[in-house]
Design a binder for this molecule. Structure first.
Ligand SMILES: Nc1ncnc2c1ncn2[C@@H]1O[C@H](COP(=O)(O)OP(=O)(O)OP(=O)(O)O)[C@@H](O)[C@H]1O
Ligand SMILES: [Mg+2]
Length: 278
């Protein structure tokens, strides 16, 4: 993958976004999915991995204000608002699972909707810059979004979020259901957005490919974070290789998983104490 080639034009010009989350709890009615989750999203590209039902989407929805949350969420040291439109205004955008485009509208019209919070006079320039970053969409500007391929639609959804020039972009499984080449293209786009200065938090099931483009990763299981660290180390860790990469593990017991998670944390704390790995 050639993801270092060009950073996106549409990077946030100001300071890069940094999110600190402490004791995050969220769920559906009486059913709490996340109970006291702590993590930090630094500038760059962070991936959240984990099995189906772990609470990854719930986490992104809680941070977007789509469901209620408890706990402390700080964006650059300031409390993140609770209500979605204020969260968007604070510079946090979500591209939800399943894209949610307006299929009967053109690509350009979908992009224009991404600029609803941008002052009217600035919208054309913003859309022009997004078209530069996504040249394929310029060719398709007048096509109905619903007639595009899955990968193209995902691209429109990401581009639409970028029209609002978010400082923190959250992507829920951008590669879901896509062919391998499109998966690579979408993950490359996520990398280029991060290189352009927008902090990216991405949920992914494509563990190997996601860790190859990410700076850091977290593993969420049953509503709790069980491992975290620099992406390169996570990719080599026993907990990831056994649970997600299909390494030979017919004897994977709870005990051995616990040991690998512990050793991973040890690696991580060593890294935090001063290694240059990102
Ligand atoms: N609207 C809802 N009402 C009740 N329970 C829900 C709702 N949405 C999700 N859940 C439950 O919350 C838990 C976490 O779901 P979530 O969608 O966050 O998982 P996920 O990690 O994103 O999984 P996947 O990889 O399948 O997308 C699951 O047990 C799920 O059944
Ligand atoms: Mg999900």
């Amino acid at each position: 993958m050639h993801w270092r080639d060009t950073a996106f034009e549409l990077g946030s010009r100001g300071r890069k976004a940094h999110l600190t989350v402490r004791g995050l709890a969220a769920g559906y009615g009486p059913f709490m999915v996340l109970r006291g989750v702590d993590f930090e999203i630094k500038p760059g590209l962070t991936v959240i991995l984990g099995p189906n039902g772990a609470g990854k989407t719930t986490l992104l929805r809680a941070l977007s204000g789509l469901i209620a949350r408890a706990g402390e969420v700080l964006l650059d040291g300031e409390d993140l608002p609770d209500v979605t439109h204020e969260i968007v205004r604070a510079g946090v955008a979500l591209v939800p699972e399943g894209r949610q485009l307006f299929s009967q509208m053109t690509v350009l019209e979908n992009l224009e909707l991404g600029g609803w919070l941008v002052p009217r006079a600035e919208r054309p320039a913003r859309i022009e810059r997004v078209m530069n970053d996504f040249p394929k969409l310029r060719e398709r500007a007048t096509q109905l979004a619903g007639t595009m391929s899955g990968g193209e639609q995902q691209m429109v959804a990401v581009a639409r979020a970028m029209v609002g020039a978010p400082r923190l972009l959250m992507l829920d499984e951008p590669s879901l259901g896509l062919a391998p080449r499109m998966v690579d293209e979408l993950l490359t786009i996520a990398r280029r957005i991060a290189d352009g200065g927008t902090t990216v938090l991405m949920v992914e099931q494509n563990v190997k490919k996601a860790l190859a483009v990410a700076d850091r990763g977290y593993v969420l299981e049953r509503g709790a974070l069980v491992a975290s660290g620099p992406a390169k180390l996570l990719a080599r860790s026993t907990v990831i290789r056994e649970a997600y990469l299909g390494a030979e593990s017919s004897e994977t017991t709870t005990a051995s998983r616990a040991v690998s998670a512990t050793s991973l944390r040890t690696v991580e704390s060593r890294m935090d104490r001063g290694s240059s790995a990102q």
